[in-house]
Design a protein around this ligand. Sequence first.
Ligand SMILES: [Zn+2]
Length: 343
Amino acid sequence: MPNIKARTGIIFHPDYLKHNTGYHPEKKERLLSIMSHLKEIGLMEKLELKEPRPATLEEILYIHSKEYIEKARRYSQHGMKLDPDTVLSTDSYDVAFLAAGGAIKAVDSVLDELDSSFALVRPPGHHATPDRGMGFCIFNNIAIAARHAQKIGKKRVLIVDWDVHHGNGTQDAFYDDPSVLYFSTHQYPHYPGTGWLDEVGSGDGRGYNINVPLPAGTDDSGFITAYEEILVPAAREFGPDIVLVSAGQDACKEDGLAQMRMSVEGFAILASIVKSIAKESCSDKVAAVLEGGYDLNLLARSVAAILNVFMGKEVGNKQHEISPPVKARLDEVKKVQREFWHI
Ligand SMILES: [Zn+2]
């Protein structure tokens, strides 16, 4: 029934613009560019716009230590940096609560009435570890949302992280936890330095952390093959109750902060693969949360492409040949992960 569109929402709050980073790639113009593009192409009127509430302190404590939260509050009050990359203004602490609340709202809205949602939040979150903010991130929005989903009964959570940087904070948060499967494709070697393929989880969580470190220059074909040949079979076996996406679009070629070669259409295909996993295992429920993406034009266009897929647009999956170094890397990942999954 091609006329019936899946109900898709975005989560946004104007206060996200108040996190003032000054001259910095993670700036308010990122969200302004996305919002104006969605209006310009007529997508906004087809989307449900949801306003988030700030996360509660108790919810931030799902992931972060009391000491670190207090440090973030103090540093924000004084406008001090958490690390050389992670700038805080006086509003940043409150905005970070609202960003985590946006990710929570993305989960709540797909469990209530929507099929898919995309939380257009800042600051991003996937580098924030339980006791440290870094890499533009204050609180780990997606990790907090994953725990929130579990509190309301969605026991098994799949987090797909296609941001070009490894989500070290998310990996840390769930490293020994078999109820959250973390899958990340990222440029390697690159910031933050973690994410090699032998980081597979520990204790009961062994096997529930899948890192696909890709060489600089990897294009759509390399990413799509990683998703089709590694993520899909592992996710099928895992059987998530909800699928969350750390949606950073900084693997776009010409992004500026990395050296990958993804296209806007490539992100639409990744979104369709993730959507098909959700269709099979959890009634189509996907909640995406914005991470990186620093070229204002490519970021806006890729977010729109992902939203179109969430709304039911079919994308052709072009035949692809992958470069020998990427193929070799994917083979290495499979070899390691075969201990845990039928890949
Ligand atoms: Zn990134």
